[in-house]
Design a protein around this ligand. Structure first.
Ligand code: OSB
Ligand code: MG
Length: 372
């Protein structure tokens, strides 16, 4: 799919104007489930791209799930164990299975995931802007819309001044920064200069596979380190926590392989006193609804990057869109499954390419398509 973004989004990796993503639909027993994949066009946030996801689902995931009877969606991720990595591809299919399961039971997804709340606290992620004035104006608008915490993207050359500009005008706003791995351990003293701004956390300052240096950096900072890109699995999270590499973890189901792995990660963090919050990947309303449902689990104690549809897409793929209340919270959809109404005509309009896979077309997991 290709959906134009209302505003460009710029991070330390670069700028995007349109969101390109894969939407997975699964059909079974007369019920349909949807899973939005969070892979992007470029392998910058993660090594996966839309092209790798297409390949992995078609050749390796589909043969392991089509025509297979699963007692519960938590059995889907283990069925994909032979496939190393490719968590975004796995998650899109696994999350569609959860939606289908919840719809079969006629329950909201939040309930089958084990969630406990009916509203979630919402924050915003503000990209790198053209000027500090534009940044401050954007923060002001988002606070007026009700959002409960502000995250700004930083990179070398857009960091201390940007935080200073926001703090100078909004002394008490819950504020955090996300570097998307733009620094190295040689920048420790520079990053420590952020300590004086009372930030909630600094997200992913160092490289995407660097637990060791994050552990050293965390000891040099007063500000809590939060890991995003680094937490590619529950096992890595266990190592990061043991090493003291972070005090907070951001959960994105796509990064860890879906909802069941996200629940394991959530529970692991809870057991270690690590608060979590739900990250965002500029999802359409479909993926956004999935994020809202997962955010109802009890250890999601910090506001997430789960904001209203209109910040991203106009129109969104769902109607009504997801909206934020004046108190900065979002209501959890109460219908079966994702609980949102998908606009088929908008899906059709946004679709660039589609493929329908059935059991007979993909063959068995050990069949000819799986051979190299
Ligand atoms: O690092 O959290 C991130 C968007 C794309 C890729 C990575 C990230 C982000 C965001 C945007 O911060 C969050 C959102 O508003 O969806
Ligand atoms: Mg991040």
């Amino acid at each position: 799919m290709k959906l134009p973004l209302v505003h460009f989004f710029e991070t330390s990796f670069g700028r995007i104007d349109d969101k390109h993503f894969i939407l997975v639909r699964v059909d079974g027993d007369g019920v349909t489930g949807y899973g939005e994949c969070v892979a992007e066009q470029d392998p910058y946030y993660s090594s996966e791209t839309n092209a790798t996801v297409w390949h992995i689902i078609e050749e390796f995931v589909a043969p392991r799930v089509l025509g297979v009877e699963f007692a519960h969606p938590r059995d889907v991720f283990p069925a994909l164990k032979a496939i190393r990595g490719h968590n975004m591809a796995k998650a899109a299919v696994e999350m569609a299975a959860w939606d289908l399961f919840a719809k079969q039971r006629g329950e909201p997804l939040s309930r089958v995931l084990g969630g406990t709340s009916d509203r979630i606290a919402s924050g915003v992620s503000i990209g790198i802007q053209r000027s500090l004035e534009e940044l401050a104006a954007k923060v002001e608008r988002e606070l007026a819309a009700g959002y409960r915490r502000i995250k700004i993207k930083i990179k070398p050359g857009w960091d201390l001044d940007a935080v200073e500009a926001v703090r100078a005008r909004f002394a008490d706003v819950p504020l955090m920064v996300d570097a998307n791995a733009a620094y190295t351990s040689a920048d420790a003293a520079h990053l420590a200069a952020l300590d004086r701004y009372g930030l909630m956390m600094i997200e992913q300052p160092l490289d995407y596979d660097d637990i060791g240096d994050h552990a050293v950096l965390q000891r040099q900072l007063k500000t809590a380190v939060c890991l995003d890109e680094s937490i590619k699995s529950v096992n890595i999270a266990r190592e990061a926590i043991a090493a003291g590499a972070c005090r907070i973890i951001n959960i994105k189901p796509g990064r860890v392989g879906g909802f069941s792995e996200s629940i394991r990660l959530h529970d692991l963090c809870a057991a270690h006193g690590i608060p979590v919050w739900h990250g965002g990947m500029l999802e359409s309303g479909i993926g956004r609804a999935a994020n809202i449902h997962l955010s109802t689990l009890p250890n999601f104690s910090l506001p997430g990057d789960v904001a209203a549809s209109k910040r991203y897409f106009n129109p969104d793929l769902i109607d009504p869109p997801i909206e934020v209340a004046a108190d900065g919270t979002i209501a959890v959809p109460q219908g079966p499954g994702l609980g949102v109404a998908i606009c088929e005509d908008r899906i059709e309009h946004a679709t660039l390419r589609q493929s329908t896979l059935t059991k007979s077309e993909v063959g068995s997991a050990a069949g000819p398509k799986a051979q190299v």
